[in-house]
Design a binder for this molecule. Structure first.
Ligand code: FES
Length: 107
């Protein structure tokens, strides 16, 4: 059985304004871009800066520390110095709630 965790209301998640939520041992960043909601790991793979403090430009999130950028839809690296992609999480909106699907390793 899938384990969906409600993290915030849909109204709380404003366009282009990332929020982050601890889920188990993972800090998950949730952001709405062009109306769609995306969820990725909040820690930059370069040196663990918190990405929710970065800027959103289209589907790109830019790390506030050294400027690496990632695609919020896939976690893919778009610009160095990061070279490792971010983990992406399944996310959905149901009944005005934003929910993230927990990875099986999180309890
Ligand atoms: S910590 Fe993100 S680019 Fe260095």
């Amino acid at each position: 059985m899938d384990d969906w965790r409600s993290v915030c209301t849909s109204a709380t998640l404003l366009e282009g304004k990332p929020l982050h939520f601890p889920i188990g041992a993972v800090d998950v960043l949730v952001v709405r871009v062009a109306g769609a909601v995306h969820a990725i790991n909040n820690l930059c793979t370069h040196a663990d800066a918190c990405l929710h403090e970065g800027r959103i430009r289209g589907h790109r999130i830019i790390c506030p520390l050294h400027g690496a950028s990632f695609d919020v839809r896939t976690g893919a690296v778009l610009a160095k110095p990061a070279i490792v992609p971010l983990t992406r999480y399944e996310v959905r909106e149901i009944d005005r709630s934003v929910q993230v699907l927990l990875p099986r390793t999180i309890t």
